[in-house]
Write a protein that binds this ligand. Structure first.
Ligand code: SAM
Length: 312
């Protein structure tokens, strides 16, 4: 990737990707959910407004777009949104979803330009699934993962938030499930933010992944560090792949963060972990500001970007 010409924040971090939260609503209720660090809100932008934001991002050199939420696939216009964004020529257009509706949409989404998907699934055990999400959609999610791989999304990643005494002993079963279904397992550290519903839950179930990482390093055929993806480690084990995401108290996570976010009500969110530096962009779009002014608002937000865990 050519980084010389990329827009950078004052900490020399290039901004390469944009994660747009297209709804705050969700059809499951995960006990730990941080809603992408966004405080609860009902507002949603129209497909055209989302397109306009993506266009400014493209014009300042952002290469990758990910749609998230809430649950992006509960929007009835999700195919239209992906189709519009795909016309802008991004290197990568992806979605993070709980997978419950993915079987229904997988083929259509690939047809209109979706490249890849991350599906959140923490367990293969129906009772644990019900405990975490308050719903019994486990089989729908499993079918969604299979449908995504079959439709040609690549890679299909399974996001598993690892929780002590709840699902940490399922990691290897999840790995086998992913391998069998053409997916990569991504293990995510349980994170506490001000947008989490139950911080006591997070303290109780937080699982330290250091020992696991040591074990993985020993048994892996190869380990890769993913530059510009918060220096995540990717382990190649037994013809499968496992990635680890550790945002908690992690200066490396911040140092290598190349991502901006957009909230469902159209604000630029420069950091997953804070809400005191949001920048309104939708107001300027609605009042018909010039493309130059819209770009300037984005660039200002980037120029005021600071790491949450200071180590840059
Ligand atoms: N509804 C979609 C889904 O389930 O993937 C997208 C939104 S969800 C907030 C995005 C990702 O954040 C999911 O993979 C979820 O597991 C992860 N996540 C949510 N709360 C978290 C927390 N407290 N710690 C770590 N990851 C979390």
């Amino acid at each position: 990737m050519e980084l010389e010409n990329k827009i950078k924040d004052p900490f020399k971090r290039p901004v390469i990707s944009l994660r747009i939260s297209i709804t705050g609503r969700c059809n499951v209720k995960c006990l730990y959910c941080h809603h992408d660090g966004i405080l609860p809100q009902d507002y949603e932008m129209t497909p055209d407004e989302i397109f306009q934001i993506a266009k400014i991002a493209r014009d300042i050199g952002i290469e990758k777009i990910r749609l998230s939420g809430g649950e992006p696939l509960i929007r009835p216009d999700i195919v239209e949104i992906v189709e519009k964004i795909s016309t802008l020529g991004f290197r990568d257009v992806s979605i993070t979803t709980n997978g419950t509706l993915l079987e229904r949409y997988a083929d259509e989404l690939v047809k209109v330009g979706l490249n890849r998907v991350n599906v959140s699934l923490d367990t293969l055990n129906p009772e644990t699934y019900q405990f975490i999400t308050s719903k019994d959609y486990l089989e729908h999610t499993k079918k969604g993962i299979q449908a995504a791989a079959k439709a040609g999304m690549n890679p299909v990643k399974v996001n598993m938030v690892v929780m002590k005494d709840l699902n940490h002993d399922e990691i290897w079963d999840m790995f086998q499930f992913c391998k069998k279904n053409g997916a990569v397992l991504q293990l995510i550290e349980l994170l506490k933010t001000e947008s989490c519903p139950d911080t006591e839950f997070i303290d109780q179930y937080h699982y330290e992944m250091d020992d696991l990482e040591e074990e993985l390093a020993e048994i892996s055929d190869k380990v890769k560090t993913r530059a510009f993806m918060q220096d995540r480690k990717k382990y190649f084990v037994d013809d499968g792949e496992i990635e680890i995401v550790k945002p908690m108290d992690n200066t490396e996570f911040c140092k290598n963060c190349t991502r901006l976010r957009i909230t469902p009500d159209g604000k630029i969110k420069p950091c997953l972990l804070r809400n005191d530096n949001l920048v309104d962009i939708i107001g300027a779009i609605r009042s018909g500001e010039t493309p130059e002014e819209l770009k300037r608002i984005f660039i200002d937000a980037i120029e005021n970007r600071e790491p949450f865990y200071d180590g840059c």
